[in-house]
Design a protein around this ligand. Structure first.
Ligand SMILES: CC(C)(COP(=O)(O)OP(=O)(O)OC[C@H]1O[C@@H](n2cnc3c(N)ncnc32)[C@H](O)[C@@H]1OP(=O)(O)O)[C@@H](O)C(=O)NCCC(=O)NCCS
Length: 120
């Protein structure tokens, strides 16, 4: 199980998964977000795949010393199984030594993941 990088052929699955975030409820906002991940070299979207299903997505923006997690979403059928935590852990490892930062929308869940890491 690894993070799979977004490609243009994943547009539909990206829209589906990102639409679970409250900031992405408007279709024009969602389209703009997908476009950012397609066109901006600092924006990266990854998927988590279980068997043949794309079950989660995590999207970040790279900065000079940090990366900001803008999106984290898991399909409702697969929630509370640890996929969110594992995506956060993998994205962190992938972008070391950059420090992870959050948006107002992702901060509570990321704080939960950090707590979990530090409590072993
Ligand atoms: C947030 C989300 C990605 C978590 O995915 P997940 O695979 O269910 O997460 P995990 O199984 O790794 O962890 C579940 C734990 O996170 C908690 N959690 C879920 N959403 C949370 C949030 N927004 N803030 C804080 N904790 C949250 C759950 O209550 C659960 O807690 P518990 O372990 O004490 O029971 C998923 O709930 C989701 O897609 N939500 C809709 C999208 C969204 O709102 N994203 C913004 C937050 S990143």
């Amino acid at each position: 199980m690894v993070l799979i990088k977004f490609e243009n052929s994943h547009e539909k699955v990206a829209m589906n998964l990102l639409s679970f975030m409250s900031s992405e409820q408007k279709l024009n906002v969602l389209h703009h977000t997908i476009q950012l991940y397609e066109e901006n070299p600092n924006w990266h979207l990854y998927f988590w795949k279980l068997k043949e299903n794309f079950v989660g997505a995590i999207g970040i923006e790279l900065n000079e010393h940090t990366f900001n997690v803008h999106h984290a979403s898991v399909h409702p059928d697969f929630r509370n199984e640890g996929i969110g935590h594992i995506m956060v852990e993998h994205v962190q490892r992938l972008h070391e030594p950059l420090a992870m930062s959050a948006t107002p929308e992702t901060k509570d869940f990321l704080a939960k993941c950090w707590e979990h890491q530090f409590s072993g």
